[in-house]
Ligand binder design. Sequence first.
Ligand code: SF4
Ligand code: SF4
Length: 451
Amino acid sequence: MTFSHFVLTTFGIGIIILLVLMTVTSFREKKPKTAYKALRLLPIGLVLIAMSLLGAFIPTWVLNLLSGLLLVVAVYLLWPAFLMKRGSESIPKEKLDERTVMFSRNELKPGTEQFEAYYKAHPEHKELDDEFRKKPGLGSPESAFFNPLPYTASEALFHTVDCLQPLVEGAAANKITNVSPDKAERFIRTWMKKAGAVSVGITGLKDYHWYSVGGRHERYGKEIAGDHPIGIAFTVEMDEEMVRSAPRGSIIMESAAKYLEAGVIAVQIAQFIRNMGYNARAHIDGNYQVVCPLVARDAGLGEIGRMGLLMTPELGPRVRIGVITTDMPLKTDKRGFDDSMEDFCEKCMKCAENCPSSAISEEPREEINGVKRWQINSEACFTYWCLAGTDCGRCMGVCPYSHPRNFMHNMVRWAIKHFPNFRYWAVRMDDLFYGRKPKMLKVPDWMRVKD
Ligand code: SF4
Ligand code: SF4
């Protein structure tokens, strides 16, 4: 066997193995269209093997040229990341005022003192906010995707999250239980993973992690002290089937379920730390004093992507974040700056093209508050939520990083991280197998009111 035969056979077998893996994975993920697309590409691998076997009937120069081309493509695609120029990390200059966040603005009641004061300080928001106030609103029976089952379930779930609110803070035990920072960190991390966290990271907190002023409920207008030096951030996975049918009703139920899951983990850990004699606060849905994506980013859990959410290496944006802040001396994680996801976002833009409100930028990143990033149009996004009745999540559902955690997709995410030249082609492959603008799926069978 000549070198050319060897190259053609190896590539042929490699392509067949990948396509068979893709077919099996797609059937298991209940994506038959993707599976059939992979099956239809199998002849490419078979042709390469046939060319190698029938080498005697094909001019040698043709075999040499083809195998040379395949090798060049392979070297190009697998050129390692450590040989490429990397960006540098940046940190925000100023703290964020929680009153400017859309959830806080949504809670302002026309005619109240708070309402008048807010729009006097921010007249630029008035017209934009009047738009979302004209829409039916989140969870409304008049909204576009109203479905009584998941909508009512989400109300029940958010009500249960509210029941956790009295548990976020509390007094620390009088006596400190002495445990080394290493052991405490290992214990907490392992417990959180057993309780359902996908990833856990610990970071030293800086000023910019804290909101400057509270924006919701009884915290409205109160300065946030931000006196805990340590932040423990974690993520919980959102169910892929529930996210895939976003922005239909399944997404609001899944968001609520994961806020609850994250809340339960956070209040338990905060209580445990207080029992150990240290101060701790759980930051859960509707009651955050920190900007969770920034704490999670600095705790090494991911980077901020084009859609403005935390992109994790395991699941992309298909997660919810929880945070506990404390003065317990814990060993912190070193954040290794990784620009692979931002670079992938530069090339991908799938969320921007699929966003129903065009809220996601298709432009390159720009410097905002000292950080090079993408800025989403929060008003346009929230106005769409109030029309849809759900928290949309279409961007999360179409993101190539959101695919399930299994051998096939983990391998692709690993290759995206390590091989910069592969990223562009990974986007194109995702488009080929899953569609550039995937169809909006129906909610899962078990939550349909009509068949
Ligand atoms: S869809 Fe693409 S551009 Fe958008 S966040 Fe995901 S990877 Fe980035
Ligand atoms: S949640 Fe929906 S409206 Fe908002 S940015 Fe994502 S796709 Fe756009």
